[in-house]
Design a protein around this ligand. Structure first.
Ligand SMILES: NC(=O)c1ccc[n+]([C@@H]2O[C@H](COP(=O)([O-])OP(=O)(O)OC[C@H]3O[C@@H](n4cnc5c(N)ncnc54)[C@H](O)[C@@H]3O)[C@@H](O)[C@H]2O)c1
Ligand SMILES: N[C@H](CO)Cc1c[nH]c[nH+]1
Ligand SMILES: [Zn+2]
Length: 442
């Protein structure tokens, strides 16, 4: 069950299906105002732990059982076969294949540009240190498939994994009730270099990749976004069993706008994240009442035309339009909220952007919709949510890499540095450490 955020002062509900309007909230109210809609976390964690325990103990049998329960799919085989993968290309339009290729090229270009250069550094004469970037050998990618088949997420995860040199790229995604995976997911997975694909979704997928089953290999690090169940499962398995990229849960966007912005664009940007899930949250921040009025009325117009408006309507219930006094307050609130996505549609967007310190990904100007980053501009759309942008980056090439340090010290080098090491070791009462140097100085 989703907990609604508590009501605040100065709140008006402009329209039943639209977001709350909050005018000049007191700073003491910002924290509760900015709270994300959360599930009842104790029952969420109980449910998720129970499923994870079953997966750990029973392996494939539990994976199949929970798949039947949640995805309504009765499967004989969890692994997607080669004929299924190859057939996917025949099921997609040429337009879609072309779009996937254009997006893939840009994502590849941007992530290749993040490559790490090895440099040897002589810290003391005769003491040479360097780092080498090595791709994580076995990675597990989770591709959401509950409310929409996010084949774009395949590109966002498998392309950097391939560039990083990951050898095994395992992909899990929930099947439909007939036991099939959306062909665009399969097509993108093959193109981007996934090495095996499994029809497993939700907590079962995270458990299977964290512990390994007879069919699904255990991986060293799990990546990818998902709903509250998936995010909770990733956080739980990361306590002991496997590394994870970051908490990437229900989508969110904050828009900063002034009167130079286009109300229709802003409404579309807000709805684009509201449509991801009932637990998404969208926030409009501005110093102009007129902007709020225009955007809310645009939302009503566009909502009426949305084919899947029920999801967006639910998300709007815990979304906010916030009127603030000045840009300083807007920036302070933004850095406190730490949105997954921040769109700045104001005349002085560069100046505002320079003051942003907490956000997953920032979109500048009236012609930069978040949809561009979601699909095809080249940046990664797997981003920290729920305020985690205060501490985490979104997925990037580094996420798939470990850096190993090396050092080589010559006879001259140990003479130059030896005394320093000996003194430090002795003062830490670690005499064998000291001796390892002393013997070499003779
Ligand atoms: N932060 C990011 O980078 C990012 C990127 C893309 C998508 N997203 C988010 O990913 C999410 C995708 O969610 P989704 O639901 O569409 O797909 P999903 O694949 O994450 O979740 C579907 C799975 O949830 C499990 N599930 C459903 N109900 C359950 C229950 N009652 N108990 C236990 N497990 C249950 C099922 O196993 C099902 O297969 C959305 O919230 C979206 O906003 C985030
Ligand atoms: N906005 C999502 C990240 O929060 C990513 C996505 C995938 N497809 C469309 N959008
Ligand atoms: Zn999106």
């Amino acid at each position: 069950m989703i907990n609604e955020v508590p009501m605040l002062t100065n709140v008006t509900n402009e329209a039943a299906s639209c977001m709350q309007v909050i005018k000049h909230p007191d700073k003491s109210e910002w924290k509760s105002l900015l709270a994300r809609p959360t599930f009842d976390t104790s029952s969420l964690n109980d449910t998720v732990s129970r499923i994870l325990t079953d997966i750990r103990q029973e392996g494939d049998a539990a994976v199949l059982r929970y798949g039947e329960m949640f995805d309504k799919a009765v499967l004989k085989e969890l692994r997607v076969t080669l004929p299924e993968i190859n057939e996917a290309a025949n099921l997609l339009s040429e337009d879609l294949k072309e779009a996937i290729h254009v997006a893939a090229k840009n994502i590849e270009k941007f992530h290749v540009s993040q490559k790490f250069e090895t440099k040897k550094i002589e810290t003391t004469p005769g003491v040479i240190c360097w780092q080498k970037a090595v791709g994580i050998e076995k990675v597990g990618l989770y591709i959401p498939g509950g409310s929409a088949p996010l084949f774009s997420t395949v590109l966002m995860l498998a392309i950097p994994a391939k560039i990083a040199g990951c050898k095994e790229i395992i992909l899990c995604t929930p099947p439909d009730k007939d036991g099939n995976i959306n062909p665009a997911i399969l097509y993108a997975a093959k193109m981007a270099g996934a090495t095996s694909i499994f029809k497993v979704g939700g907590v079962q997928a995270i458990g299977a990749m964290a512990y390994g089953t007879a069919t699904v290999p255990k991986v060293y690090k799990i990546f990818g976004p998902g709903n509250q169940y998936v995010m909770a499962a990733k956080q739980l398995v990361s306590l002991r069993d496997v590394a994870i990229d970051m908490p990437a849960g229900p989508s969110e966007v904050q828009v900063i706008a002034d009167e130079t912005a286009n109300a229709a664009f802003i409404a579309a940007d807000l709805l684009s994240q509201a449509e991801h899930g009932a637990d998404s949250q969208v926030i409009l921040t501005t110093t102009s009442e007129k902007v709020i009025e225009q955007v809310l009325s645009e939302i009503q117009v566009q909502l009426a035309l949305l084919p899947r408006k029920e999801i967006a309507e639910k998300a709007l219930k815990h979304s906010k339009a916030i009127l603030l006094k000045n840009n300083e307050d807007i920036i302070e609130l933004t850095n406190e909220y730490a949105p997954e996505h921040l769109i700045i549609e104001t005349a002085d967007y560069i100046q505002l952007a320079q003051q942003v310190v907490n956000a997953g990904s920032v979109f500048l100007g009236n012609y930069t919709p978040e949809s561009a980053g979601d699909y095809a501009s080249g940046t990664n759309h797997t981003l920290p949510t729920n305020g985690y942008a205060k501490a985490y980056s979104g997925v990037n090439l580094d996420s798939f890499i470990k850096k190993i340090t090396f050092q080589e010290i010559s006879r001259e080098g140990i003479q130059n540095l030896g005394k320093t090491i000996e003194v430090m070791a002795e003062n830490e009462l670690l005499y064998a450490h000291k001796n390892a140097v002393t013997l070499r100085l003779k």
